[in-house]
Design a protein around this ligand. Structure first.
Ligand SMILES: Cc1cc2nc3c(=O)[nH]c(=O)nc-3n(C[C@H](O)[C@H](O)[C@H](O)COP(=O)(O)OP(=O)(O)OC[C@H]3O[C@@H](n4cnc5c(N)ncnc54)[C@H](O)[C@@H]3O)c2cc1C
Length: 603
């Protein structure tokens, strides 16, 4: 598009997977992953990159302009090329990458699945919503659907024969899921079967043509006489087409799309209003126990939120790759040393100090976010296979999930907007891909729990688990990293990070103190700034880890510009970005309550 090549930072992806996480050595010790040698990973990464470049990226811009269409029968047509891309992914097994082979998956570790997903989302985020949500729904079905359906339905979804959706949101129930009103009435004489009545809104892929055989909707609804709030919610499976014992479609079920949203970004992803039981009965089957709906959703939440974090990482990295390519080509102005000389040669904008600052900011955020994201995926891999370490590893993921989701996606939006700034006026116009990235990136801070809700989850739930035990362990790990970095020759940077960890601990105690004094309101005002501070310190720790690992690899194999860049990343991060943590500590601890003044914003 307009001369900007789509590039994937495979060098950095490989660095994190092999040099930092050592997956080709460590994970092969786990029986489930022993067949995955580095050759296998390499083949997956190369082919994933090829599909991203040759199949997905070419449909991204046109798909944004074309959007989705809805016919009178509630059928959605996706933009040109989406069906073909789905076919490529389905035939190649790319939808069920981390799913077990017995349900048609590849059984790939989460860390490697994330790397491939990053490439796919970076190439075509709107398209990737269809396989992403299908795999998410299939995971629920595989674990919780009625026994006889688990394998056959999950397999149909992981292999792309059927698609899937997650239906939580209603007009009055967004962040407050407990306000769900959709009704589920048992069908007399049919164990586990219900009729649904209600309306779900904002359902991604609520209908589509990528998998015409069937779409399985996972729907939260309320059975008769259920208690109010989230405790009264149950989870149901409602297919677009009712199927027989061979899973062949028989009749159309009463779950119809009655509208698709006009929206800011991800135009290729149909955001649907789904009417249940309006145009004929909507039959559904209970998944898990009655009233266990929210419990099941909670079990999936970590993965889903990390998945949105991967989208953020993908967009931040893609924005940087576009900006870097543009800045190297775009001639404008002379070198700052010769600015008074009108005859001086014009230079690429990548030589202007202000543009370099922006490029470096994008680079450092993208690479440290990648480190954090894959490290969390790696912890899942290790946890699943080590019962003795399971709870500790999952606990560490749990604490960081809201930070990864919210800080990561806000940074992604900011880095995409910075990409527009780097391109100048060309960044703003539709001929270049940058403005679409900004529009597409914004949704990641809103769905799967808004970033404000993530911040409340962090201070209200995660920090309190085990009376702060998760945070204390996080601190120990982070300080250990500082010690290792000092030993590797990064003493001054490690000192600065250690100081920031101390400030974070002090700020955490300050918030705890507000809670103890009954000033929950003040703590909640500062929830998001606190999450932002946490993220700022967390990525400093990632920069430390990466610089240390790169130093080791340089000593073993010699330097490359990419490896040498890790020490520069650390220096830049510590001097230019980490100081934001100190400023945030100060504002969080100011106890300022001006925004809570009753004179403001009367309802
Ligand atoms: C493009 C798109 C795709 C989507 N896909 C899906 C999907 O596939 N399935 C699905 O079920 N849903 C989906 N959603 C819905 C999405 O998850 C919700 O929009 C989101 O959860 C926020 O709900 P809301 O829009 O009602 O905002 P609200 O909940 O009304 O929030 C508005 C603002 O108030 C804040 N707020 C709300 N409650 C509180 C509180 N208690 N304390 C502090 N602040 C609060 C929020 O953080 C936010 O800033 C999608 C939405 C969009 C736009």
């Amino acid at each position: 598009m307009a001369g900007l090549p789509f590039r994937i930072d495979l060098e950095d992806i490989r660095f994190v997977l092999y040099d930092q996480l050592d997956i080709d050595q460590e994970l092969t010790k786990i029986p489930k992953y022993e067949a995955f040698t580095q050759d296998v990973y390499e083949a997956m990464l190369d082919e994933g990159a090829r599909i991203s470049r040759d199949v997905l990226y070419p449909i991204n811009g046109p798909g944004d302009r074309e959007g989705c269409k809805l016919d009178r029968d509630g059928n959605v047509t996706t933009p040109s090329g989406f069906k073909e891309a789905w076919k490529v992914q389905a035939e190649g097994g790319w939808i069920g990458l981390s799913a077990p082979p017995e349900v048609g998956g590849v059984g790939l570790p989460h860390s490697v699945t994330m790397a491939v997903t990053e490439m796919f989302c970076g190439a075509a985020m709107a398209y990737q919503m269809y396989p992403g949500l299908t795999a998410a729904a299939a995971r629920v079905i595989h674990k919780y659907a009625p026994e006889a359906w688990r394998q056959p339905i999950a397999e149909r979804m992981f292999t792309g024969k059927w698609a899937g959706t997650m239906c939580l949101t209603e007009a009055g129930a967004g962040s407050d899921v407990g306000e769900n009103r959709c009704k589920a009435t048992p069908v007399a004489g049919e164990e586990g079967a219900y009729l649904l009545d209600g309306e779900k809104i904002f359902i991604s892929g609520g209908d589509s043509d990528v998998a015409p055989d069937n779409i399985i909707h996972m729907i939260l609804a309320r059975t008769p006489n259920s208690p109010p709030g989230t405790k009264g919610l149950s989870l149901f499976l409602a297919p677009k087409f009712i199927f027989d014992e061979n899973f062949d479609s028989t009749t159309r079920n009463g779950a119809y799309v009655v509208g698709i949203e006009e929206k800011m970004g991800i135009h290729g992803s149909a955001t649907c209003t789904l009417a249940l039981g309006d145009r004929g009965p909507c039959k559904a089957w209970l998944v898990g126990r009655e009233h266990a709906g929210i419990e099941i959703m909670f079990l999936l939440m970590n993965e889903a939120r990390i998945g949105v974090g991967v989208q953020g990482l993908a967009l931040a990295s893609t924005a940087h790759q576009f900006a870097k390519a543009y800045a190297a080509e775009r001639l404008q102005g002379s070198s700052f040393e010769k600015w008074k000389d009108p005859t001086a040669p014009r230079v690429p904008i990548s030589l202007h100090p202000d543009v370099r600052r922006m490029l470096m900011t994008q680079k450092v955020y993208a690479e440290t976010l990648r480190s954090l994201t894959y490290r969390m995926g790696h912890r899942f891999d290790l946890a699943e296979n080590d019962p003795a370490q399971h709870d500790r590893l999952i606990g560490q993921v749990e604490l960081v999930v809201p930070v990864l989701k919210a800080f990561g996606t806000d940074i992604a939006f900011e880095m995409s907007a910075m990409g527009v700034q780097i391109l100048g006026g060309y960044g703003f116009i539709g001929e270049y891909p940058m403005e679409q990235l900004v529009r597409d990136a914004k949704i990641t801070s809103l769905y799967e729990g808004t970033n404000g809700i993530q911040a409340m989850d962090l201070i209200g739930r995660k920090l309190r688990i085990g009376n702060g035990a998760l945070f204390i362990e996080w601190m120990k790990d982070a300080n250990t990293e500082c010690g290792l970095a000092k030993a590797a020759g990064f003493a001054s940077e490690a000192d600065a990070v250690e100081k920031a960890i101390g400030q974070l601990a002090q700020t955490t105690m300050h918030l705890g103190g507000l809670g103890a004094q009954g000033r929950l309101d003040l703590a909640l005002v500062q929830a998001y700034p606190y999450l932002r501070m946490f993220g700022t310190v967390q990525l400093a720790v990632e920069a430390l880890i990466q610089a240390r690992v790169a130093a080791r690899v340089i000593a073993e194999k010699g330097s490359t510009p990419h490896l040498a860049g890790k020490a520069l990343n650390l220096r830049f991060y510590v001097r230019n970005l980490l100081p934001q943590a100190t400023a945030l500590a100060k504002s969080i601890q100011s106890n300022d309550d001006s925004c809570l003044d009753p004179a403001l914003f009367q309802a």
